[in-house]
Design a protein around this ligand. Structure first.
Ligand code: FCB
Length: 422
């Protein structure tokens, strides 16, 4: 039996995002999901369109107490969720106080259950009015986003000390909307891709500064335990593990790709983030030059997503990111596995390598499994099942999966126990 002890105060939890679980959102994604073009495309592919429309999703907008009761039962002490911009600012410049009150209640429910809220301000969805202006292709988008961010933080500042401005905006989102255009897109093109990355970087920096100012001012006046000194504002990016190979050209191209994809934001924007949020899922073995692709043995496979699982990769990604000298939270790591046959091993294997990174000096503060619940997986619809908790979409019944109890033991003990050494 091997025991891997995590540092005192290490955070254990899970993550979700608004559009994927809340239900009945009206934003640029919901418009896209049910657009005649999208429906026609799905039918052409022989798919059932309703499987790809978020609709009531998990109805977590109404059932969040039940969801957080489960997270508490599973010994989690942190929870990451996102705020839906289209609910807060449904019309340009008009803020809906009822919507912010909802999130205030939600944060209170979390705190009452002993979980620290980690709040993402933007997770892939936009209000319609903002999308109609071109979304993050619009030059003024950093100001629009910052106005919204300020409103939210102003109203939640006494209860939330961990903020994430953007989720995977520069890597996944900018690529899927502008390069492959498999997500709601304003037109394909490398220029749009670069423009969006630049605008989102600017939006982050502007919002970062303004949010910090809010705490500077309120530190002098309020009784809150949260001050500009202990509040952290970060950003979450998706990093894939890109291994070196024997071929010189492959190494060269892969290293360039890695710099551009994994490091660009963090390099450009120091010191404007207090922590790094890391979403890690898989290895990327592209591109191949002078190598036989078929010879690369696939270790394990996540069939529902077509991803190659590579737990050791998280160690290398963490080591790479440690050069930016900021604390790191694993804000997402998880497996789509409806049968729940691989999940326990997946979690344990990754934790083993995270533990190793911590031993080797990387400042990792917490691990948040993706996701607490099965949910709406963007263009793939409801098929992939990432949840610690299974959702029956017909009845909305929640059922805790066996692997969730295994993860709960780790959360409770703050340590991972495995039978044999890896
Ligand atoms: C990440 C997203 C998250 C979810 C997981 C599977 O890229 O941030 O919303 O879709 O992948």
């Amino acid at each position: 039996m091997s025991i891997y002890k995590f540092p005192d105060g290490f955070k254990w939890g899970s993550a979700t995002s608004a559009h994927q679980i809340e239900g009945n959102n009206h934003n640029d994604w919901s418009e896209w999901e049910s657009s005649p073009e999208r429906i026609a495309q799905l039918k052409k592919e022989g798919k059932t369109p309703s499987d790809f429309i978020s609709g009531r999703a998990c109805d977590s907008y109404n059932r969040y107490e039940e969801d957080f009761d489960i997270a508490k039962k599973l010994n989690q002490n942190i929870h990451r969720f996102s705020i839906e911009w289209s609910r807060i600012e449904p019309e340009e410049g008009k803020f809906d106080f009822e919507a912010i009150k909802h999130y205030q209640r939600l944060v209170k429910v979390l705190r009452d259950r002993g979980m620290e809220p980690m709040v993402t301000l933007w997770h892939f969805t936009n209000p319609i009015w903002f999308a109609e202006k071109g979304g993050f292709l619009n030059k003024k988008s950093p100001e629009y986003f910052t106005r919204y961010a300020k409103y939210v933080v102003d109203n939640l500042k006494d209860e939330v000390g961990l903020w994430i401005t953007f989720n995977e905006a520069l890597t996944v989102y900018a690529g899927y909307t502008n390069l492959t255009a498999i997500w709601p897109s304003r037109g394909r093109g490398i220029l749009n891709f670069l423009r969006m990355r630049r605008n989102i970087s600017k939006a982050h920096v502007l919002a970062y500064r303004e949010v910090k100012k809010i705490y500077d001012v309120s530190s002098n006046s309020s009784q809150s335990f949260l001050t500009s000194h202990n509040v952290m504002v970060g950003i979450t990016e998706n990093n894939v593990y890109v291994p070196d190979t024997k071929n010189f050209w492959t190494i060269l191209v892969r290293r360039m790709y890695k710099r551009f994809r994994n490091f660009y934001f963090f390099k450009e924007n120091t010191p404007h983030y207090d922590f790094i949020g890391l979403n890690y899922y898989h290895i990327s073995r592209k591109p191949f030059f002078g190598e036989n692709k078929k010879l690369v043995s696939k270790q394990e496979f996540m069939k529902e997503m077509n991803w190659e699982i590579y737990p050791e990769g998280i160690y290398h990604v963490l080591k790479d990111l440690s050069k930016f000298k900021k604390p790191i939270f694993i804000t997402e790591n998880g497996i789509a596995d409806g049968a729940d046959l691989q999940r326990e091993k997946f979690i344990k294997d990754h934790l083993r390598w995270i533990w190793q990174a911590i031993q080797d000096g990387v400042d990792v503060r917490g691990y948040l499994y993706w996701s607490l619940l099965d949910n709406f997986e963007w263009h793939l619809g409801f098929k992939p099942r990432f949840g610690l908790v299974e959702i029956d979409y017909a009845t909305l019944e929640r059922k805790i999966r066996p692997s969730a109890y295994e993860y709960a033991k780790i959360c409770r003990e703050n340590e991972l126990k495995v039978e044999s050494l890896y």
